[in-house]
Design a protein around this ligand. Structure first.
Ligand code: GLU
Length: 425
């Protein structure tokens, strides 16, 4: 099938935007096509609740540490609020509102029965000891436990958090509310986690890539991929791209990275990364910076790290033909417009990285039913949901001649809008 051709839009002025304005920009592209009134737009955009708490604890050196914790519950028209918890120094109110909104559209695009939320603590987790990390998590739960729960709002891992943090989170929640494994997802397998949850986002990225290549009539095997970010998502994506026969030719993390035009030895690189040795020193490649990776001559570029990495300043330098947003919000609207003009196909975050929350849904279902699924079942159900969601987005983009992002937003916002109206205001 042909690539969806995007109707040419007149050039527009997009002034420098903060994260909330950028999210609004993407929302408005779809809202205009859906003919949503200004009142409906306001209703759908305004978060239901924004929680901001003080987290105070005694640090290992005996001093008092004070941090800010956030939980933004954006929308619950389609089910309980759902979304990750991020521990990162750049976490702030605006960022969390934006990411919570993205979760609402994401759960709607893949049609799982949740709304959207996001939370976080403004802290650099790498500077905390294990005891401090546990304490900060438990105090956060102390502050917000009444506002969350398996039928209210279900947090999950995100940047800077992992299964261990979710285990502490659940344990602290259960001190107040009794046995409740479904209060959080992304837990360790030994504590009611799901098979396939840890790999889910990276695996989903590759499943979506396979569909994209199929539609473009190209084989993924043998094609070249550059991945920015080598945390949970980037590592698993690299592994599954490699298993699918693609050549991972460049990988970076915050410290820089490594490239090899013949394809990196991904398994050796994963071991290298696990040993916390700088990627740039990997013996199987040449050093590369993050900026160089973003402009690498590859078939597919996968930003899997922070938001806002592709901007008006570097979008013209991108040489990849396709971009898959494994991170949340990696592309500024200015850059997005440049990619549309240059006919670089972008698969948006709310579809490309939805594998994580989809398997979170499976984990929650297993917790509610006290029944464990095999890995093969998790993978099969995940593939089914992602392939079906991709098909719907692709078909709509082709029919309406809009970018894949706008098509995904039309589907997501449309579903949330209809649920809101049917439920009654
Ligand atoms: N943090 C992930 C995301 O941004 C997963 C959220 C979840 O599993 O609830 O999609």
């Amino acid at each position: 099938m042909a690539v969806p051709s995007v109707a040419r839009l007149p050039p527009r002025e997009i002034p420098g935007m903060n994260p909330v304005e950028a999210a609004r920009w993407y929302f408005d592209q779809a809202a205009a096509r859906l003919d949503l009134s200004q009142n409906m737009r306001k209703l759908l955009l305004t978060p239901k609740r924004e929680i901001k708490v003080q987290i105070a604890l005694e640090m290992d050196n005996g001093e008092i540490g004070t941090f800010l914790g956030y939980r933004v519950q954006h929308d619950s028209a389609r089910g309980p609020f759902k979304g990750g918890l991020r521990y990162h120094p750049e976490v702030d109110g605006d960022e969390v509102v934006t990411l919570a909104q993205l979760m609402t559209w994401k759960t709607a695009v893949v049609n799982i029965p949740y709304g959207g939320a996001k939370g976080g603590i403004a802290v650099d987790g790498s500077l905390l000891s294990r005891r401090e990390l546990e304490s900060i998590t438990r105090v956060f739960v102390d502050e917000i436990h009444d506002s969350i729960g398996p039928n209210k709002d279900i947090p999950a891992p995100d940047m800077g958090t992992n299964a261990q943090v979710m285990a502490w989170f659940a344990n602290q929640y259960e001190k107040y509310h009794g046995f409740n494994p479904g209060c959080v997802t992304g837990k360790p397998l030994e504590l009611h986690g799901s098979e396939g949850r840890e790999e889910a986002t990276g695996r989903g990225v590759v499943t979506i890539a396979q569909q994209l290549y199929k539609r473009r009539g190209k084989p993924l095997a043998g094609s070249t991929v550059a991945i920015q970010g080598f945390g949970n998502v980037g590592t698993y994506a690299a592994r599954f791209f490699h298993e699918a026969g693609a050549k991972v030719v460049a990988v970076t993390d915050v410290t820089g990275g490594t490239k090899n035009a013949g394809g990196l030895d991904v398994w050796a690189l994963i071991d290298w990364g696990a040993a916390k040795t700088p990627l740039a020193q990997f013996p199987g490649g040449e050093p590369i910076t993050n900026e160089e990776l973003l402009s690498a001559e590859v078939d597919l570029l996968v930003p899997a790290a922070l938001g806002g990495v592709l901007t008006a300043n570097n979008a013209e330098h991108v040489r990849a033909g396709m971009i898959l947003e494994a991170a949340n919000h990696p592309i500024h609207p200015e850059a997005d417009e440049i990619f549309n003009r240059r006919e670089i196909l972008v698969v948006p975050d709310i579809l490309a990285n939805a594998g994580g929350v989809t398997v979170s849904y499976f984990e929650w279902v297993q917790n509610q039913q006290h029944f464990k699924w095999e890995l093969s079942r998790v993978r099969q159900e995940l593939d089914r949901i992602l392939i079906d969601s991709f098909d719907k987005v692709w078909t709509l983009a082709t029919e309406k001649k809009v970018p894949l992002r706008t098509a995904a937003y039309i589907i997501g916002i449309g579903r949330v809008g209809r649920a809101t109206v049917l439920g009654g205001i």
